[in-house]
Design a protein around this ligand. Structure first.
Ligand SMILES: Nc1ncnc2c1ncn2[C@@H]1O[C@H](COP(=O)(O)OP(=O)(O)OP(=O)(O)O)[C@@H](O)[C@H]1O
Ligand SMILES: CCCCCCCCCCCCC/C=C/[C@@H](O)[C@H](CO)NC(=O)CCCCC
Ligand SMILES: [Ca+2]
Length: 587
């Protein structure tokens, strides 16, 4: 065996075939040799994608891990397969047989040393929240059978909390001691992710002494990583940041410590924080669909399809004034067909602009303040109209229902969001718009649709609509709350004080005098949509939660949080990998 600080090289057996194995720098390669020692194909695994190195003929399941034949070692690593068009990750496993025990021990030691040296930022201890009621209610099973064995194999220790109520995960992160944890994980859907998002951002701002309510403030970026094991109904955040909603793929991204920054939008009402969003702040169609679907929670993921059809048939549109602060058009555009893939250039270049070297931080801060100050009207654009829907998304928001998403060219970490305005149109036109979310046709190439890349958005009702608005808004609030009252599944938007009570969100139950009386005459939402006088206002859908306010201000915070993910891998790259079941083969 040839050994120096960077290279380990020896002959090994895999089954009946002989290989030349080389550990060099960032890669472990093994090349098949024929009887005349001629090199055939090489399999190459980056050290960053090695999950574990075990002595003997080891298995993933610990109970089967006993066989320690003294010349063998087993390598576990990330392997790529294909799930439809997308790349799924699974666990690769190869048993190597060495000529001697001594050589086996050297290989195991060197590979483990390489792992420690090259992968210092892998999580060692994780706090895991499992929502037993999300999606198809299979989260506990998914975690126990698919994820926990992988964490154990990789030596990641966990503290697991099976939630007993909504907001338990958020409150835990806000209030409990998190010393020693390298990340927080949710096993559930977008709602559970949102709990972690609010907990992590809230806690970081509390510790930094920053008020979350002030929309002009630059929030502190969060160090604690968030991981998502998808087990929900839409799993949009997982799908849009990983490319698939597959628990094993996500578990492997967590284990190898991938890190993907993510833009977050803060939503304010009268200078008070209402909620944070990453995937959708949507008024009109998406708000109405959510409001209706909350009543149908018992149906599970199918609730969105039924409520989507019902709301579509109601043919609603709403008036509004939309003001927006455009992002720099030189950097990117929502219609440039550039997909945000792993290692995205637009996102990397944005990092430098979002976080320039510390000495110029104060000037950036004052620049941002002036950009977002309500007085800098020069840069703001304003449009008024009647809309089928108004949507703001910080990322593509692709999901299994819509594989390219609300805005296919949006970026995960460029500090901007895409504002999509769909003006009132005939039912066929709107159906065409919706249908294009599921095909390769451009959903923005329609005369009644406009899209803008923005940094902030303000939505108000047209002058003169306020009287109607106040009645409708209160009615909506009571409906929102009615939806929250459905069995077990409370919405996130209840008011609670966190720890010292300093950071409190403005939410549904913070009601004005007279609300309780109005709530008594709660009416069926669908009836309100399809019969009698159509409502003048819709409701905002904020990442799957209904907002109790119509007039809102949204600001995008670039790269505010980090996920255990790496963005969507280039699909063409995987086409090449297909021949070797995902591992790179060099000829
Ligand atoms: N033990 C619990 N009982 C009731 N509700 C809970 C519990 N734990 C979490 N929740 C709440 O359930 C809501 C929905 O959960 P989750 O996001 O996991 O599934 P989903 O709604 O089916 O998926 P998606 O959000 O992807 O559509 C979350 O907003 C969360 O706050
Ligand atoms: C004729 C075919 C028509 C098909 C139309 C498909 C349009 C799909 C667009 C998908 C947009 C998803 C945006 C993500 C929203 C999530 O943050 C949120 C929480 O999970 N989900 C919903 O609100 C659930 C919202 C569900 C909307 C349908
Ligand atoms: Ca973005």
């Amino acid at each position: 065996m040839e050994t120096d600080s960077v290279k380990v090289d020896s002959s090994l057996w895999v089954g009946t075939k002989r290989y030349r194995a080389v550990l060099s720098g960032w890669y472990f390669n093994w090349t098949e040799l024929d009887k005349k020692n001629r090199e055939k194909k090489t399999i190459s695994v980056p050290i960053s994608e090695v999950v574990a190195v075990a002595e003997g003929k080891a298995e993933v399941q610990p109970q089967k891990r006993a066989e320690d034949t003294d010349r063998d070692f087993t390598l576990f690593y990330v392997n790529r397969t294909r799930g439809g068009k997308r790349a799924l990750w699974c666990l690769g496993r190869t048993e190597f047989c060495c000529p001697s025990r001594d050589l086996r021990d050297q290989w195991v030691t060197q590979l483990r040393t390489a792992l420690k040296t090259h992968c210092p930022s892998r999580p060692r201890r994780l706090l895991v929240f499992v929502n037993p009621y999300g999606g198809k209610k299979r989260a506990k099973q998914v975690y126990r059978s698919l994820v926990a064995p992988l964490f154990e194999l990789a030596g990641v220790s966990t503290h697991v909390v099976v939630t007993e109520r909504a907001n338990q995960a958020r409150d835990h992160i806000l209030k409990k001691d998190l010393t020693g944890f390298d990340g927080v994980i949710c096993v559930g859907g977008d709602g559970m992710f949102s709990e972690l998002l609010h907990g992590v951002i809230g806690r970081t701002q509390q510790e930094a002494g920053i008020s979350e309510h002030d929309p002009t403030v630059m929030l502190q970026s969060c160090d604690l990583h968030i991981g998502i094991i998808p087990a929900g109904s839409t799993d949009c955040v997982c799908f849009a940041t990983v490319g698939v909603n597959d628990p094993v793929t996500s578990a492997l991204h967590i284990i190898i410590g991938d890190s993907q920054p993510l833009d977050v939008c803060s939503v304010h009402h009268h200078n008070t924080l209402v909620r944070y969003s990453v995937s959708l702040v949507g008024y009109g169609f998406y708000g109405d669909v959510l409001a209706e679907s909350e009543r149908l929670r018992w149906m599970g993921p199918l609730r969105y399809d039924l409520s989507g059809c019902l709301v579509y048939l109601c043919n609603r549109s709403y008036e509004g004034v939309v003001q927006y602060l455009p992002a720099d058009p030189q950097l990117s555009s929502p219609r440039d067909n550039m997909r945000c893939l792993s290692g995205c250039r637009v996102c990397s270049e944005s990092t430098e602009m979002l976080f320039p070297h510390s000495d110029s931080c104060s000037s950036l801060y004052s620049r941002q303040l002036s950009q977002y100050s309500i007085g800098s009207e020069g840069e703001w654009m304003s449009v008024e109209g009647r809309y089928r829907c108004v949507s703001l998304t910080c990322m593509s928001s692709s999901c299994p229902r819509s594989p390219k998403g609300l805005s296919p060219a949006a970026h995960l970490a460029d500090g901007t969001g895409d504002l999509i305005l769909v003006q009132d149109t005939d039912p066929l036109g709107f159906l065409t718009y919706l249908h294009r979310h599921t095909t390769s046709k451009d959903q923005f190439d329609l005369p009644f649709v406009e899209v803008h890349r923005v940094k902030a958005v303000r939505f108000t009702l047209p002058p003169g609509e306020e009287d109607d608005y106040h009645d409708e808004e209160r009615e909506r609030q009571s409906i929102t709350e009615g939806a929250q009252g459905t069995p077990k599944m409370a919405c996130n938007s209840d008011v609670e004080s966190y720890g010292d009570g300093s950071q409190q969100y403005l939410a549904a139950e913070q009601e004005e005098p007279g609300m309780k009386d109005r709530r008594r005459k709660r009416r069926n939402f669908l009836c309100g949509l399809c019969c009698s006088k159509p409502p003048a206002v819709s409701v905002w859908n904020c990442d799957g939660e209904l907002l109790p306010y119509t007039e809102i201000f949204c600001k995008v915070h670039g790269q505010l949080v980090r996920l255990f993910a790496r963005g969507i891998e280039d699909e063409e790259g995987h086409e090449e990998n297909k021949s070797c079941k995902g591992r790179c083969v060099l000829h």
